[in-house]
Design a binder for this molecule. Structure first.
Ligand code: SF4
Length: 393
């Protein structure tokens, strides 16, 4: 499938769709329920004590909202959200890895929003409204650019990010050929470097993006998540946002998905999200090859088949993503979660490749990977035949 080349942002264009921004999920939702993000559960996940903020980000309306949400937090001015001494980089942070993710936030501005072509999960990777995550999955590549022990950075200039995406969508025109991303809409991944459901515990960036996309009939937002945030049910996405619940066998998830919602909760939420106006897909990911993996995935597929109502199955599709790992992350994990590495780091099965930035990445070696992908596809076809596999790699 040919993609139009990514074009640079042009601030002289009229902002496209910004008038669509509605109220976010702060305060009670439209059904009068208190926000989940004000609950004790949410506060336990994000007991923010320190906010590192660029001055302009702290002074912005979004920045002020966030600082007001965490009145106990100490605000520390930083010149840039990149390379904050003592916070970024792995040195000294490994022992307090999980605490840093919950107790610290960074506020910055996205200086030059860019959209990149993708073609696998989405047509385009949109400039995210955050990077980093408050959860701590042992295989997560998201924090790689700031050192693996980094917390969420929220970009406070959400209006600029949305304006950029709107102009990009306008330039594409309608999608004329169906592809694996979507038959009709240009799909924009809005959560490449974080988890939008967790971001929605912090501020209204996710709500603003969901609201913006409902005004764009040729496009659709998409994000993967491992966290069930009931506040998202109140956003009225009108079918223009695809939520991809990531699932894996619960025993793998308990070992590897640190701080996330249990897999059973993610599966149980699918119907609620569909009924609230989302498209609901699944990421079968990452697939970790370990003794017994086939039985475990078979049971998971049986569970999806048993539990999901027909209306979820009718519109569901899945991505299958085999584990990739990284030497640097392996070494970090040995410092805080060595049991995870017993299944993630498998030199007997994996081959390595030096990436463009010099990092040593590992993935299951060619033939073994092809066999595993084939096996999983066959299991999906046999046990959850309603689940279209959009792609597997
Ligand atoms: S939820 Fe996603 S972004 Fe967050 S730590 Fe896990 S894999 Fe990374």
């Amino acid at each position: 499938m040919r993609h139009p080349s990514t074009t640079s942002d042009d601030d002289s264009d009229a902002l496209f769709g910004l008038d669509a921004l509605g109220p976010g999920p702060a305060g009670p939702d439209t059904r009068g329920r208190p926000s989940f993000r004000d609950s004790d559960t949410a506060r336990r996940l994000l007991p923010v004590r320190e906010i590192h903020a660029e001055p302009a980000a702290a002074a912005s309306p979004r920045g002020r909202q966030i600082i007001a949400r965490f009145p106990e937090a100490r605000v520390v001015e930083v010149a840039s959200h990149w390379r904050i001494p003592g916070l970024h980089g792995n040195e000294g942070n490994i022992a307090r890895w999980v605490r840093v993710k919950g107790e610290t936030l960074v506020l910055g501005e996205r200086k030059s929003p860019r959209t990149r072509p993708n073609g696998r999960s989405a047509d385009w990777i949109a400039p995210g409204a955050s990077n980093g995550c408050a959860m701590a999955c042992a295989y997560c590549y998201v924090p790689r650019r700031k050192g693996y022990a980094n917390p969420v950075t929220v970009f406070t200039n959400i209006d600029r990010i949305i304006g950029h995406i709107g102009r990009h969508i306008a330039r594409q025109g309608p999608k004329t050929e169906p592809n694996q991303c979507d038959p009709e809409a240009w799909v924009y991944d809005i959560g490449e470097n974080g988890d939008c459901s967790v971001d929605a515990l912090i501020c209204d960036n996710t709500a603003d993006l969901v609201h913006a996309f409902r005004q764009w009939p040729t496009a659709k937002a998409s994000f993967a998540t491992k966290f069930v945030n009931p506040d998202l049910l109140a956003l009225d996405p009108r079918g223009r946002t695809r939520v991809r619940f990531s699932v894996m066998p619960p025993e793998d998830s308990r070992l590897l998905d640190v701080r996330t919602s249990p897999v059973a909760e993610r599966i149980a939420a699918a119907a609620d999200f569909l009924d609230a106006g989302y498209e609901v897909h699944f990421n079968l990911s990452p697939v970790v090859v370990r003794p017994g993996w086939e039985e475990a995935w078979g049971e998971l597929l049986d569970r999806l088949d048993d539990v999901l109502p027909a209306r979820v199955k009718r519109q569901a599709a899945a991505e299958v993503i085999m584990l990739t790992h990284n030497r640097e992350l392996h070494e970090v994990n040995l410092g805080w979660h060595p049991r995870a590495e017993e299944v993630l780091w498998r030199p007997d099965l994996q081959e390595s490749k030096v990436s463009e930035n010099g990092a040593l990445n590992v993935r299951y070696a060619g033939a073994a990977k092809a066999r595993a992908v084939e096996r999983l596809r066959a299991m999906v076809a046999a046990r959850a035949p309603w689940l279209t596999v959009r792609y597997a790699f």
